[in-house]
Design a protein around this ligand. Structure first.
Ligand SMILES: NC(=O)c1ccc[n+]([C@@H]2O[C@H](COP(=O)([O-])OP(=O)(O)OC[C@H]3O[C@@H](n4cnc5c(N)ncnc54)[C@H](O)[C@@H]3O)[C@@H](O)[C@H]2O)c1
Length: 308
């Protein structure tokens, strides 16, 4: 919030004409969130343009209306729903990102693949590592145009599926949101271990556990569960974390119930690229067993990409 007021002071001193001079936010998701909130406050609403420069903000924070900052130890507890007047997408910004930041963005792409798009999942499964190490840039050699296609296609599908979910529900009147997959436990985990985990890494750890929950509930076969976890590891994402305890999981789900009009509204995969929202609290024994198997099979896979 201090950063928001600092930006507001600069905007004020600059003396912008809000009718013809939109504020331009150029940076990662944090920058877009903070500048977006400042723009939504200045004179109640000053137009702003988003220019995402990380993969995560390109596929996720670029679309939708949300802005926000952390408050009282809670993630994005203060914010607004004010969409930008435009978003400028240029993937060449990713060239200067460390690989870990690319993996971070791939987690949000994988979320959309698991919820809505089997072909995107298969693309990330077969090509994910190559895309990661090429930083999703178009190939320079004409002979390898396949890579260019898969980089462009994977980002296009991720954004299109995200838009399909967000556009009809910009103000989140409908609380049943597939895009919440990976976001039930991760906010608590992310805030607790800050800055150890990046946003997408915490989301991936949440998704990894939920894949075990879905398997325990009989929604995913063992083969499907294993394919998803292998794909996550191929994207060099952490799939487990020692601070993601059973107590943290249970607390997060109870909080969710409290803040989601008495319904859990938990998105879970019911196949590869298919999902449903579950309203009732998941039985305790399913959560406990899934958590136990998850820890037994994956503890140690908390690495992900190391170069920050
Ligand atoms: N508003 C939304 O709809 C929305 C959606 C998804 C995520 N988010 C938020 O976005 C945040 C995560 O965003 P992020 O992953 O972009 O992290 P980030 O904004 O912290 O950026 C990561 C780091 O990369 C640096 N950076 C940015 N672009 C670069 C470039 N091209 N080359 C080199 N370095 C660069 C940044 O300075 C920063 O240090 C989370 O807080 C999350 O809550 C918001």
């Amino acid at each position: 919030m201090e950063l928001v007021t600092k930006i507001l002071e600069e905007v004020h001193q600059f003396g912008i004409d809000r009718r013809s001079e939109p504020i331009i936010a150029l940076g990662g998701g944090v920058c877009l969130d903070v500048v977006g909130l400042a723009a939504s406050l200045y004179r109640r609403r000053t137009p702003y343009i988003r220019v995402p420069t990380t993969l995560l903000s390109y596929v996720d924070a670029s679309v939708g209306a949300k802005t926000g900052v952390n408050f009282a130890g809670g993630k994005n507890k203060l914010g607004s729903y004010v969409p930008p007047v435009a978003t400028f997408l240029d993937s060449s910004f990713f060239q200067t990102l460390p690989l870990r930041q690319i993996s971070n963005g791939l987690a949000e792409m994988l979320k959309m693949a698991l919820m809505k798009h089997r072909s995107l999942f298969e693309l990330l499964e077969s090509n994910g590592k190559k895309l990661l190490h090429a930083k999703l840039q178009p190939s320079e050699t004409c002979s390898d145009s396949e890579q260019e296609d898969s980089a462009a296609a994977s980002m296009r599908i991720a954004i299109e599926t995200m838009l399909e979910e967000l556009a009809p529900n910009l103000w989140e009147d409908d609380l049943d949101r597939l895009v919440d997959f990976g976001h039930l436990i991760s906010p608590e985990l992310e805030m607790r271990v800050l800055p150890a985990l990046l946003h997408g890494e915490a989301v991936n750890i949440d998704m990894s556990l939920m894949v075990y929950v879905a398997h325990q509930k009989g929604l995913l076969t063992k083969k499907e569960k294993d394919r998803i976890i292998r794909c996550m590891l191929g994207l060099e994402l952490p799939v487990w974390h020692q601070d993601c305890s059973l107590a943290l999981v249970q607390k997060s789900l109870e909080e969710r119930l409290k803040h989601s009009a008495g319904s859990l509204r938990m998105p879970l995969p019911t196949g590869l690229g298919r999902a449903e929202i579950f309203h009732d609290m998941i039985e305790d024994d399913i959560i406990c067993q899934a958590f136990h198997n998850w820890t037994e099979e994956l503890s140690g896979f908390d690495g992900g990409v190391k170069d920050t």
